[in-house]
Unconditional design. Structure first.
Length: 271
């Protein structure tokens, strides 16, 4: 189910600075600094971006543009793994495998960061249901074997599925959105029927909903604090339900839950 990202090498803005490439030591510095900022962001602490950038410039000898471009590549890699990224700069999909190695090393050394990426302190201050904005699904692109290894190693989708608080917030937000959608379209009667799945409902769904034609909708809600490209998968029960009830089975992928709070829809068949 994971969208796949293109891998490219040697971008003119990111490949070199001051006549030399990014060394392994340089990548360790810039990724380590990025992760330190991300830890602060997830903890709700202020970040002095200018001070961080000055440190990276001093240690690596690189100027602002290459540093910003490399930070954007780090944002892309973290987003594809399923870890929330800093808001600025936006992702750039021009990373190489050396950057993947540096990101892997930093994430492996930061188990607390991975836990905070699923349940940061700010999550407990969120409303019971977060208003959501619908977007189109992200485009699928080729994915490198190395990136797949990182996605499997850190398994952010599995961590999110196991976190009942995060899952519950996503489900409540989708229920509120579905009810509002039906009410806005003149079907408050259907809106009143939207509810969480319970004992006796088909196994593998999270929400019982309906279309405007009153046809049942069996919704699976997948929630992440990361970007739209963050990977996720279906459980055996969810996949079996998608095969048994393809006309009713739907996925609601909630993402960036504590940021812009958006979601997109998916339905069988899944390519």
């Amino acid at each position: 189910m994971a969208p796949r990202a293109a891998l490219r090498h040697d971008h003119p803005m990111t490949g070199e600075s001051g006549g030399r490439d990014w060394s392994g030591a340089d990548l360790t510095v810039v990724v380590g600094d990025y992760v330190a900022q991300l830890e602060k962001a997830l903890a709700g602490k202020p970040i002095d971006r200018a001070a961080h950038d000055r440190t990276v410039r001093f240690v690596t000898g690189k100027s602002d543009m290459p540093i910003m471009a490399k930070q954007a590549e780090i944002s892309a890699v973290l987003s594809l793994i399923g870890v929330p990224a800093l808001r600025d700069p936006p992702p750039r999909w021009t990373y190489d495998e050396a950057l993947l190695d540096a990101v892997e090393a930093q994430l492996a050394a930061k188990p607390a960061l991975l836990a905070a990426a699923v349940r940061p302190a700010a999550l407990f201050a969120a409303a019971t249901a977060v208003p959501l904005i619908e977007t189109p699904p992200p485009q699928r692109q080729p994915m490198s074997e190395r990136l797949v290894q990182l996605i499997r190693r850190f398994d952010m989708g599995g961590r999110e599925a196991d976190d009942r608080f995060l899952k519950g917030l996503g489900v409540a937000s989708i229920i509120a959105h579905e009810a509002r959608r039906l009410s806005d379209r003149g079907r408050p009667d259907l809106a009143g029927r939207i509810r969480p799945a319970r004992a006796g409902d088909p196994e593998g769904c999270d929400v019982i909903s309906a279309g405007l034609d009153e046809a049942p909708r069996l919704l699976v809600v997948k929630t992440t604090l990361a970007a739209d490209v963050a990977p996720f998968g279906l459980t055996h029960a969810e996949f079996a339900l998608s095969q048994a009830r393809p006309e009713a089975f739907r996925i609601r992928r909630v993402y960036d839950l504590l940021g812009e709070a958006r979601f997109y829809r998916m339905k069988p068949p899944f390519g």
